[in-house]
Design a protein. Structure first.
Length: 158
C-alpha cells in the first residue's frame, strides 16, 4: 500500500512542480502594448517608439491577496488567455506569423469593445511588441514589431 502511494506521488510531483528543462531557452518575454488613435494614419516605427500614449495590454496587478492567489490556482481564464497571447507574440516576433498577428489584433479589439476601454473619438488602434532588457545599469525597451492600424469595430469578430 505504501509502495503504491510513493509510486503515485512520483508520477504526480513532476506535474505539480515543473522542471525548468521544459523550456528551450530562457529569454525576455515580449510585452504587448497598444494605443488608441483618432485617425487611421500609421506613424513610422521611430516616431511611434517614444510616444507616451502606449499602454500595456492586460498588465499584471501589483499586489494579489492570498485568497485571490489561491482562487487563481484553480480558475483563472484571463491569465490563460494572456499566456496564449504571449505565445502568439513570441511566434510573431520569431517567425512573422500572420495568424499570431490576427489573434493579438482580435483579442485587443474584443477587450477594447467589451471592457469599454475604447473612448469616443478613437475608432482605431495599433499594437506593438516590446522586449525589455537590462543593459548594464539601464533598462531598455526594444520595439520588435509595430502593427498596422486596425479599426476597433472590425477587430470585434470572434
Amino acid at each position: 500500500m505504501i509502495k503504491d502511494i510513493v509510486y503515485s506521488l512520483r508520477l504526480l510531483l513532476p506535474a505539480v512542480i515543473p522542471s525548468w528543462r521544459f523550456f528551450d531557452i530562457i529569454a525576455p518575454s515580449p510585452r504587448i502594448e497598444y494605443r488608441l488613435l483618432a485617425i487611421a494614419k500609421p506613424q513610422e516605427a521611430g516616431q511611434a517608439e517614444n510616444e507616451p500614449d502606449w499602454r500595456e495590454f492586460r498588465p499584471r496587478p501589483d499586489n494579489v491577496s492570498v485568497g485571490r492567489m489561491m482562487r487563481r490556482m484553480v480558475w483563472n481564464p484571463n491569465w490563460n488567455q494572456s499566456l496564449f497571447l504571449v505565445s502568439c507574440a513570441e511566434r510573431l516576433a520569431a517567425y512573422g506569423s500572420s495568424h499570431a498577428e490576427t489573434e493579438i489584433q482580435t483579442n485587443i479589439g474584443v477587450a477594447l469593445n467589451e471592457e469599454g476601454a475604447n473612448p469616443e473619438g478613437y475608432p482605431f488602434f495599433q499594437f506593438r511588441l516590446i522586449f525589455i532588457s537590462r543593459v548594464e545599469d539601464r533598462i531598455t525597451k526594444e520595439v520588435e514589431f509595430l502593427s498596422p492600424v486596425y479599426s476597433c469595430s472590425e477587430a470585434y469578430s470572434i
